[in-house]
Design a binder for this molecule. Structure first.
Ligand code: FES
Length: 294
């Protein structure tokens, strides 16, 4: 009778091991599916299903393991005499041998459990890291303004030297980059502050032909577009926190929290009268960040 019980119990144990192993394997499949779905663009219902499989697999596997594979107590053993009789010693040796094979199977289960939890943790790092957004790459340092770029309006019309009266203002882009989203860092505010060549600072003698001055429109405080021009004071105003930039001294901040001038774009007029940039900006545009120390 006890031999029948022992065989039944071993079968149950083996069944439970397979069930726990299958659950943990399902969990790994669910986690990999979750990561792949997220990587390929995401689909909420599918991601939910895979997440359910991943977590339920670990949960059911661990519960099955604990309920059917971990020995249940309490165990009481009478010890009328210290010396074990021969049959008992033989039975113990047989039991030990069985135990060794069980321990090696449990070790496999333990590895599977470690694998499912590890894969779950690693795969779920992807959504976290990817949700931080794209890397800024070179956008903190360079724009699409190059030597010879034509100034165009948002609709792509080429801006010529006769387009603005003195006091006029226009938002312009480098030709070919006037459409969103690439135009966000390229937007430039073009001001005609006089009818003659203007020099905003030493070294910028040729940058302002016929009174045209061009500055990055991205505010150096927090990146708002600096779009308002006050003709009377010849200042640009950022509407977000009211920083004022003096156009004639190279958009130097004269009021508000902006810590540095708006970078100036050097201009020239080509043979057809179109306004072009002599080069890109000679410094990064936009708000200060750690590497610039501003
Ligand atoms: S973003 Fe321009 S002043 Fe703050």
């Amino acid at each position: 009778m006890s031999r029948v019980n022992s065989i039944t119990s071993r079968r149950k144990g083996s069944l439970a091991e397979r069930a726990a192993g299958a659950c943990l394997a399902v969990s790994i499949v669910g986690t990999v599916g979750l990561g792949a779905t997220y990587w390929l663009g995401g689909q909420p219902q599918l991601e939910g299903g895979f997440l359910f499989l991943a977590l339920a697999g670990i949960g059911v596997g661990v519960v099955t393991w604990g309920k059917y594979l971990v020995p249940q107590g309490p165990y009481v053993q009478d010890r009328p005499e210290m010396k074990s009789p021969e049959p008992e010693v033989a039975a113990m040796n047989a039991s030990l041998e069985r135990g060794i094979s069980q321990i090696s199977r449990r070790r496999f289960l333990l590895r599977l459990l470690g694998g499912s939890v590890g894969v779950f943790a690693v795969v779920n790092l992807f959504p976290f890291l990817r949700s931080l957004g794209p890397l800024p790459q070179k956008s903190l340092f360079v724009t699409n303004w190059k030597k010879g770029s034509k100034l165009v309006t948002a609709s792509g019309r080429i801006v010529t030297v006769s387009d603005l009266e003195v006091g006029g203002v226009l938002t312009v882009f480098p030709q070919g980059f006037e459409s969103a989203p690439s135009n966000a860092i390229d937007q430039v505010v073009l001001v005609r502050a006089a009818s003659y060549d203007l020099v905003t600072r030493p070294g910028r003698e040729t940058w302002g032909p016929q009174g045209y001055l061009a500055f990055s429109k991205v505010c150096t405080h927090a990146g708002c577009p600096v779009g308002l021009y006050q003709e009377l004071t010849q200042q640009l105003l950022c509407p977000c926190h009211q920083s004022l930039f003096d156009v004639l001294t190279g958009a130097t901040p004269v009021f508000g929290p902006a810590p540095r001038p708006l970078p100036q774009l050097p201009l020239y007029v080509d043979a057809e009268g179109a306004l072009r940039s002599q080069s890109g900006f000679d410094e990064p545009i936009g708000p200060g960040f750690w590497e610039r120390g501003a």
